[in-house]
Design a protein around this ligand. Structure first.
Ligand code: NAG
Ligand code: NAG
Ligand code: NAG
Length: 244
């Protein structure tokens, strides 16, 4: 049955190839019964018109007769072709697979980022991105997938940084602080000259701690000397009237 069906194809001889090495359990291998005609000679006895005594004589003659034997054989299934180089059945794509591989009968597979053209199932197309993807790969029409360490922002792959407030992420996990900021403990903090006993709240903006006032000469904060006191120590405690 199977053979008759296969032989309806013009390429019958190409499709039906019997190979001993094919394992029945391999992909693309089908086991089919095949009838072969054989001949053998058979002896038989017959009477001839000659008398041996009262009866006709019996002589032994031979004739050839044909008979059929059915054998199971491994063939490449429909849609598969024998590949003599590797001795396996390979899937066959009748239209070819431009830019890709035939992975199942009439099924092409493309290597990413190339994908199967929806209109021509035997053609792989490579997506195009304009402008080209920077720090990523083009996976579809104007669609970029960003490389590791980069994230998509407004269609562009920008480097990612853990915490880059007051700075600019110039490459993955590499934050460059804006002018007026300095990196302390991995984050960009405003930088101030001086600012002892105070908090630097913005570049060169020092807010003195409670009870301190600013020395505009060195930008440090100090405890002011109480009024009417001539001499104070560094903590603003009046030293007037104390023994030297
Ligand atoms: C296929 O069958 C053969 C013999 O029965 C066996 O040795 C082999 O391991 C099988 N292969 C697979 C992939 O099952
Ligand atoms: C052929 O295969 C069929 C189905 O697997 C089995 O029943 C039959 O015995 C096989 N015949 C021979 C000659 O091996
Ligand atoms: C202010 O800073 C200047 C320069 O360091 C210093 O000479 C001066 O004594 C400071 N003034 C006060 C009130 O601390």
């Amino acid at each position: 049955m199977r053979i008759k069906f296969l032989c309806l194809f013009i390429l019958c001889s190409e499709i039906v190839i019997f190979v001993d090495g094919l394992m029945a359990n391999n992909t693309g291998v089908c086991v089919v019964p095949r009838s072969v005609q054989k001949t053998r000679t058979k002896k038989y006895k017959t009477r001839i018109n000659k008398y041996c005594g009262a009866r006709k004589c019996l002589v032994t003659k031979t004739k050839t007769e044909t008979y059929k034997v059915t054998k199971n054989e491994s063939v490449c299934c429909e849609g598969w072709k024998y590949d003599s180089n590797s001795d396996i059945c390979s899937p066959y794509c009748s239209m070819g697979c431009n830019g890709g591989r035939c992975v199942e009968p009439e099924v092409c597979q493309c290597d990413p980022p190339a994908f199967l053209d929806p209109k021509h199932k035997n053609t792989c197309v490579t997506p195009t991105c304009e402008p080209p993807c920077e720090n990523g790969i083009c996976v579809g029409f104007n669609m970029c997938t960003c490389s590791e360490g980069y994230t998509n922002m407004n269609g562009k792959c920008k480097p990612k940084c853990e915490n880059c407030a007051n700075g600019e992420c110039i490459s993955p996990d590499n934050c460059e602080c804006h002018n007026g900021y300095i990196k302390t403990d991995g984050v960009c903090n405003p930088a101030c000259v001086g600012c002892e006993n105070g908090v630097c709240t913005a570049p060169n903006t020092c807010k003195c701690n409670e009870g301190f006032i600013k020395n505009d000469t060195n930008n440090n904060c100090y405890k002011p000397c109480p009024k009417n006191c001539k001499r104070c120590d560094i903590d603003g405690i009046c030293q007037d009237g104390l023994c030297e």
